[in-house]
Write a protein that binds this ligand. Structure first.
Ligand code: SF4
Length: 214
């Protein structure tokens, strides 16, 4: 199989995911390139005063923090360097009531579910209720065939890689294998599944035809 064929296959899966997410009342779109994300979310930023960011390498790599800052928005970004514990705690709480919340997904399913895991829960909580609009940006590498495969993806891929990137003291950060640990720094204490659009939250899902994050 050539690279082109692999790209085609992933794009087909992503399209099926978008179609099914749309049926589940999510505002879902397929974008061919990551460059299109900023323009797509600009209208949401223009409407917002406060903007929260869940921990996400994907969102950070797209420059959305910088764009929000340049547009004069109040940011709730707990990954800013130099913050104290109390400051990060206040920011995580602030994310729960912001106008616009950006995050990625640990997995999407072709059957139309959005699956995430958290160690603390600020991101998973904000996705379901609180912000007026949530924007989920995910590369097509995050699309699994069904809900079962999406949950497995988190245990086998997203969890160990996230733990490794954060440098936390968990078994998977050493072995690359999830052992359903009891480590104090376990990063997957909470798993949320958005089966359908939450009643009081607008959720936009942008599935990008590129590999983003893990
Ligand atoms: S349960 Fe523990 S070992 Fe498994 S992915 Fe989460 S942090 Fe890693």
């Amino acid at each position: 199989m050539t690279g082109d064929e692999k790209t085609w296959l992933l794009a087909q899966r992503a399209q099926r995911c978008v179609d099914r997410l749309s049926k589940h009342r999510f505002d879902a779109h397929y974008l061919e390139t990551a460059e299109e994300v900023a323009e797509r979310v600009r209208p949401f930023l223009e409407e917002a005063t406060t903007v929260g960011f869940g921990g996400s390498d994907t969102v950070r790599s797209l420059g959305l923090h910088t764009l929000a800052e340049e547009m004069g928005k109040e940011l709730f970004d707990h990954h800013r360097p130099g913050l104290t514990y109390d400051e990060t705690l206040a920011i995580r709480k602030g994310q729960q009531g912001c106008d616009l919340f950006f995050t990625s997904a640990n997995a999407l399913s072709e059957t139309g579910e959005i699956v995430n895991m958290d160690g603390i829960g600020n991101r998973t909580s904000a996705m379901g209720f609180g912000p007026s609009r949530v924007v989920v940006v995910a590369g097509y590498n995050k699309v699994a065939s069904d809900l079962h495969a999406a949950l497995r993806r988190i245990r086998e891929v997203a969890g160990p890689l996230r733990a490794k990137s954060l440098g936390v003291d968990t078994p998977c950060a050493i072995t690359g294998v999830c052992s359903d640990c009891n480590a104090p720094m376990r990063i997957c204490n909470i798993t949320t599944i958005l089966h359908r659009k939450p009643m009081l939250t607008e959720v936009t899902v942008l599935v990008v035809g590129e590999s983003l994050g893990y």
